[in-house]
Write a protein that binds this ligand. Sequence first.
Ligand code: GTP
Ligand code: MG
Length: 325
Amino acid sequence: MDIAQLAEKVIAGDRRALARAVTLVESRRADHRAMTAELMERLRGAGREAVRIGLSGTPGVGKSTFIESFGMMLTGQGLRVAVLAVDPSSARSGGSILGDKTRMERLSRDPKAFIRPSPAQSQLGGVARRSREAVALCEAAGFDVVLVETVGVGQSETVVAEMTDLFVLLLAPAGGDELQGVKRGIMEMADLILVNKADGALRETATRTRADYAGALRLLRKRPQDPEGFPKAMTVSAVEEAGLPEAWETMTELVGWRRAQGHFARNRADQARYWFREEVRHGLLARLDEPDAKARMAALADRVAQGEAAPAAAAQEMLESLGKG
Ligand SMILES: Nc1nc2c(ncn2[C@@H]2O[C@H](COP(=O)(O)OP(=O)(O)OP(=O)(O)O)[C@@H](O)[C@H]2O)c(=O)[nH]1
Ligand SMILES: [Mg+2]
């Protein structure tokens, strides 16, 4: 595969090339990892900046329906929208997005949209690193908005927040008791809470739920990356497509402020630092899995067990051999 050519095509907005590039970054093969590194290095200079939005919510809250309506609204404004998923549960094989492409029927046929289900893999760490690269690919391909969906299971939100500029929490209308159900850590991550299904019989409950969350948000510690009045809670109806332009306006307002204040760039720099460290960590662990290393590890373990070497000294020897690898 010619990586220089692939990079050029991605930058030119060639969708097939983008799909191929995403497949490449998702691959676990060692040679593919090396090609990915080269590809990402070539795309780094594309000089494009999308708004990266993390979207989380428990199953059934309406993520897919929301992405369809919200995505269509954005493409209607002439924006190009990419949708990716970080799905830690291998049980939902094929990823959450593919499973309900029916719910995103219009968006998946929209030439201004690119939808990619999460790679079928169980390890969150691996999925996350690849998703992060997929986000960067979409950005280099010229998408204006990259939506990263995740199911609300706790850990995955943290990871999605590490690859996005904005974190949106989608919630369902609920009684006051259920407010407690949202983990504090996730509340603290949210830049915008959207109470979905504010329509029909649920409208009033949604309005009350919004007020409850707005109150809860005010009780949280003030964050430097927020202007006055943020984080916000709003109501939307993905089905009736209500509140969506207001939600987008709120998001662009926040992003604009963060850009002007330097928080946006600082956050991206911190994220780059984070993913660099992650990459080194994973790279080292992967080296331990190579056959040679495994054999050395086993031999040293035997020597330690037989009292021929102290654990610390044997570990030093092992680590030094990895360093040379
Ligand atoms: N009344 C109402 N129902 C909605 C709305 N949005 C979604 N729903 C319904 O809620 C159900 C779940 O919607 P999905 O979009 O599949 O939810 P999801 O969060 O993607 O669910 P998972 O993919 O299982 O995590 C469906 O029956 C939708 O029709 C809304 O704005 N109003
Ligand atoms: Mg869904």
